[in-house]
Design a protein around this ligand. Sequence first.
Ligand code: AMP
Length: 360
Amino acid sequence: MRVAVIGAGQLGRMLALSGYPLGVQCAFYDRSADTPGGQVGPITTGEFDDLPRLAAFAQGADVVTFDWENVPLASLAALARRVPVYPQPAALAVAQDRLLEKTLFRDLGVPTAPFAPVDLRQDLEAAVARIGTPGILKTRRFGYDGKGQAHIRSRAGLDAAWAALGGEPLIYEGFVRFSREASLLAARGRRGELACYPLSLNVHRGGILAETRAPLRHAALQALAERHLRAVARHFGYVGVLAIEFFVVGGRLIANEMAPRVHNSGHWTIEGAVTSQFENHLRAILGLPLGATAARGHAAMVNFIGRLPDVRRALAVPGLHLHDYGKREARPGRKLGHATIVLPTASARDRALARLRRLA
Ligand code: AMP
């Protein structure tokens, strides 16, 4: 079985690694061969809008998928005329635009922060008058890891936020005073079967995921998150792994965003769940039976951002599994790897996590 993956970052790399035991070969397409995916599977280089080159790359593949959210939709749509593309380009189209995403959540009865589209300066005035401050002004497209966002603490901050982001299509969101952030990941198969993972608890720093712990054992929140995710997945007739990030406010969940792909907050599933999100994504898109999603013990994942820890010291932490993405260039804010700790009890996990934090 051959899977053509558009984008060859760390997500693609981990997808390929999970495919080998199953006899699934992932081949990559990216602008450069020197990528995390290109180190573990065959890679074709080209621009993401070079349709003939993309078509030649996907020739003979059983299915096309992507590990990057900014793949041009036109490219995926063109490929979908020849080979099945999962997740569906329609889901990617919504995930690429924060306004479409929040509007869909609202239409499906999934709670969101109050939001308003902002194209002109006067839209921002109107949005702030209606929603109030504090809030966050975000670019509708191409924002990730906290990029393209400006916090507006009071009306005095409008000018600075507009100077930073004005001119692009934007969205203004009311600030959610959450107690915790959680995400739900699930794999949906070609016949509509759904396998949900236990909720993950996430900590972001500077808009970038820093740390995840799982499972969050909270039956009511789990059931609520599954209901919300099921509604979104059904809407698209979705196939593959889908992630939704939520703010937890009391006993409620407020959806922030969805990712139509494997997700950083699910990396713990590689060692911490019966079947990893990567393997389940491959199983789903290839029409194979889905694997069990239960947690095996208590897991914590820490991202290595900007620098990797000393390998010897990291491996001395109990229950730790190290993932180096093979990126040659260390830049501030760049995810270079992660580690997952899996231990039988939450307290042992938290003690090991405290050691790991000192290394990250
Ligand atoms: P995003 O790029 O939308 O995933 O935002 C990155 C992080 O910024 C989130 O995980 C939150 O920690 C924070 N954030 C984003 N939107 C809001 C909001 N409306 N209210 C409070 N915090 C937010």
